[in-house]
Write a protein that binds this ligand. Sequence first.
Ligand code: AP5
Ligand code: ZN
Length: 216
Amino acid sequence: MNIILLGPPGAGKGTQANRLVEHHGMRQLSTGDMLRAAVKAQTPIGVQAKAIMERGELVSDAIVSALIDAELLAMGDAVGAIFDGYPRTAAQADSLDEILSRHDRHLHHVIELSVNEDALVDRITGRFTCATCGEGYHDRYKQPKVAGTCDKCGGAEFKRRPDDNEHTVRTRMAEYRAKTAPILPGYEARGIVHRVDGMAPIDDVTSAIEKVLASG
Ligand code: AP5
Ligand code: ZN
C-alpha cells in the first residue's frame, strides 16, 4: 500500500509515519529527513538546500522528486511507501504520479491531517528528537518517561531543528497554504482523500489512520 500524509508543518505527519513503519513495516519517505541528512553530510544538494530550509521556503521540485525516485528505486517492491512532506506543489504531485507509474505502484490513500494553525506553532517550537534514533518528543505533550533518556533506544542526547522557531514556522505555514493545500482538490477528484482530525490525541489520530488503511 502507498499513502500520502498531507498536512501543514507540525500536523503530526512524522509522528504518525513512525507508527505506521512500526505497525505495518511500511517505509517512511520524508523529503524533509532526506534534505536534513544531505545538509548534515554537506552534499551539493545539502549545501544548496540549507539556507532555503532555514528560511522555511521550499527546495526545488526537481531536487525533491529526484530524492523520492532514488529512494523508491532502492526499496523492495513489496514494501509500502508513506510519503511524508511530499508532494508539496502541483509539479511534485505530477512527478509523483509519473514516478509511481514507472515503479508500478498505485496511490491508495491521501490522509489529510486537519489542524488548527495556532496550535501548531506551539507544537513545533516545543518539539525535540532523540539524536540517536530520531524518536520525537515535546516539551509539554510527550516527554521521555525517564527524564533525559529516550524511551525507544535509551539514548541521552536530544536535538532541536534550526527551522523550528516561530518566524520560520509562519513562513512554512504560508508556503503550505499557497503551494501545498491547492493539490488536495486533484486527489479529492480521485476519491482517495480521507480527512483525519490532527488535533486529537496522538493515539486517536493513529486509530483513525489505521481505520483508513483497513478499508483497503
Ligand atoms: P519537513 O521536514 O517536511 O517539515 P514540515 O512539513 O514543516 O513538517 P514537520 O516535520 O515540521 O511536522 P510534522 O507534520 O512531521 O509533525 P511532527 O510529527 O513532527 O520539511 C522541512 C523543510 O524541508 C521545508 O520547510 C522545506 O524547506 C524542505 N522540504 C521538505 N520537503 C520538501 C518538498 N517536498 N519540497 C520542497 N521543500 C521541501 O509533530 C510535531 C510535534 O507535535 C511533535 O513534537 C509531536 O510530538 C507533536 N504532536 C504530533 N501529533 C500530535 C498530536 N496529535 N497531539 C499533540 N502533539 C502532537
Ligand atoms: Zn532514541
